[in-house]
Design a protein around this ligand. Structure first.
Ligand SMILES: Cc1cc2nc3c(=O)[nH]c(=O)nc-3n(C[C@H](O)[C@H](O)[C@H](O)COP(=O)(O)OP(=O)(O)OC[C@H]3O[C@@H](n4cnc5c(N)ncnc54)[C@H](O)[C@@H]3O)c2cc1C
Length: 473
């Protein structure tokens, strides 16, 4: 039996737990992280691999877009070598649920958030210019396209880099270490037990992602979590020269085509998952839905993919609620909200793109309980351990207010009001012919793609030139 002691024990080594281990260790807390298998290989690995600003949440939860973009800006600073900018094209067709004006207004609104994370302002392309960039795209009904960008990351490397940083600051990382029981320690604190190990800590934080509900139950606590399954088709080659966002056949959802250096992801789906977190498998309907959507826009889109991956989004809330009132933000649960022992916290929900802010929030609560330690330093030092110079630290912004997070209806109304204002501005600009359209060359320039792009762009899906990879400076 391996017995260890710590100030704080973190359960789960996905991006949430890894970010928290780094934050706690940097504040000088004796930190131990327990991961039941290998870090980062669960939900985090099956994500769409984007550090994004939460464009989608603008429709109903502008506060979460602000938090996500705000924190993505910090992640960009601390993990720059791991990130690559991905330009994304949003083609709009006649009959789409969101027409050109609506998508343009949405991206106009998103431009303000993009500044927080080094994103470029969106561009408007006519149908002709869109087809110059992507000749294989369906022509019938195409009205034009809008562009924006997000950051691409290898999620497992992001987790491992956070863990290496945590270890350099003194944290202990235990792999293949499932926590099977959680109880109050006789002399105070909390006791975590697994096969062949026992950890006595002053405080434990549950960072179990989709397993957070199960882990909370071990401690006699209750965390309301909704699990929604997301599936991607994986092609082990690059199929398109930049990302695409495409309206699905049911006209209710969108899927991405996301090319990486040597792979392409098509997805994700977003479906209810009523089985537990341990049984996540894609359905045939999901695979068919993804292929049908891709082939709706590219008639020769390859039907043979290499793998299917799926993961479960852990969303805080009770099932049965309306989607627009469900936040994709995160929540920290203590004794008052979840019951169970006072030495047990749960950090749930959120995204990879705001993992640093999630960690900061939880570590603030930990230090409040355990007594003052150093302040949060995770935005001041890169994951490799280099100090971020004061001059490039311009992104140190005041934390977004949490007022709207607590009031779902107010949050929804707040988002709609902003979108309506953008739509009105856009309508006025169109009426007075002030809308500027860009040439395909401006798109290539904006994303530093070579002018030779047009001559190397082939129509076959199997051969797309490799990207010119460039990390943010
Ligand atoms: C399809 C899909 C696409 C997504 N795309 C994006 C995206 O592009 N960008 C983005 O920002 N977010 C995205 N997300 C959300 C993001 O992936 C998750 O919010 C995030 O990865 C959750 O990380 P986590 O650490 O909380 O969970 P996980 O990565 O699942 O980590 C939890 C860990 O806890 C461990 N664990 C469980 N039980 C125990 C136990 N008893 N003892 C010890 N360890 C235990 C597990 O093994 C696991 O490693 C996506 C999610 C899905 C499902």
């Amino acid at each position: 039996m391996n017995r260890e002691t710590a100030d704080v024990a973190i359960i789960g080594g996905g991006i949430t737990g890894a970010g928290l281990a780094r934050d706690c260790a940097m504040r000088g807390l004796r930190t131990i992280l327990l991961e039941k298998s290998q870090p980062g290989r669960q939900t985090t690995a099956s994500s769409s691999r984007l550090i994004h600003g939460g464009l989608r949440y603008l429709l109903y939860d502008r506060q979460t877009t602000l938090e996500t973009s705000w924190d993505a800006g910090y992640i960009l600073q601390i993990a720059a070598p791991l990130l690559t900018r991905l330009p994304i094209l949003w083609p709009v067709y006649r009959g789409h649920a969101h027409g050109l004006a609506a998508v343009d207004a949405l991206l106009q609104s998103y431009d303000g958030f993009q500044r927080l994370k080094g994103g470029k302002p969106h561009l408007r392309l006519t149908a002709e210019e869109t087809l110059r960039l992507l000749p294989t795209l369906k022509k019938e009904g195409l009205r034009g396209a809008l562009t924006f960008d997000e950051w691409q990351v290898d999620p497992v490397r992001l987790v491992e880099s956070n863990l290496s940083s945590a270890e350099r600051h003194g944290a202990a990382i235990r792999r293949d270490c499932p926590v099977e029981s959680i109880e109050k320690a006789p002399g105070g604190g909390i006791l975590l037990k697994g096969p062949n190990m026992e950890v006595a800590a002053s405080l434990a934080v549950n960072a179990g992602g989709p397993w957070a509900g199960e882990i909370a139950r071990l401690a006699g606590a209750r965390v309301p979590l909704i699990l929604r399954r997301g599936t991607h088709l994986v092609y082990e080659r690059r199929l398109v020269p930049f990302g695409l966002i495409l309206e699905a056949e049911d006209r209710r959802r969108y899927i991405f085509i996301l090319p990486g250096p040597n792979y392409t992801l098509v997805g994700p789906t977003d479906v209810e998952h009523s089985a537990g977190p341990g049984s996540c498998a894609p359905s045939q309907e999901e695979v068919a839905y993804l292929l049908a959507t891709a082939r709706r826009y590219f008639k020769d889109f390859p039907e043979r993919f290499d793998r299917v991956v799926c993961g479960l989004r852990p969303i805080v809330g009770e099932s049965g609620g309306k989607e627009q009132f469900l936040s994709r933000g995160f929540k920290l649960y203590g004794e008052a909200e979840q019951g169970g022992p006072g030495e047990f916290l749960t950090l749930a929900g959120g995204k990879m793109s705001d993992y640093r802010l999630m960690a900061e929030t939880a570590a603030d609560a930990v230090t409040k309980k355990l007594g003052p330690r150093g302040p949060c330093r995770t935005a001041l030092e890169t994951l490799e351990g280099k100090e971020i110079s004061a001059s490039s630290r311009s992104a140190l912004l005041p934390k977004p207010s949490s007022l709207l997070r607590a009031h779902p209806r107010l949050r929804y109304a707040h988002s709609l009001a902003f979108l309506a204002a953008c739509l009105m501005r856009r309508t006025a600009a169109a009426a007075t012919r002030r809308l500027k359209h860009s040439k395909a060359e401006e798109f290539l320039d904006a994303y530093e793609m070579p002018a030779s792009f047009f001559s190397t762009q082939l129509t076959a899906f199997s051969i797309v030139p490799p990207p010119k990879t460039k990390s943010p400076s």
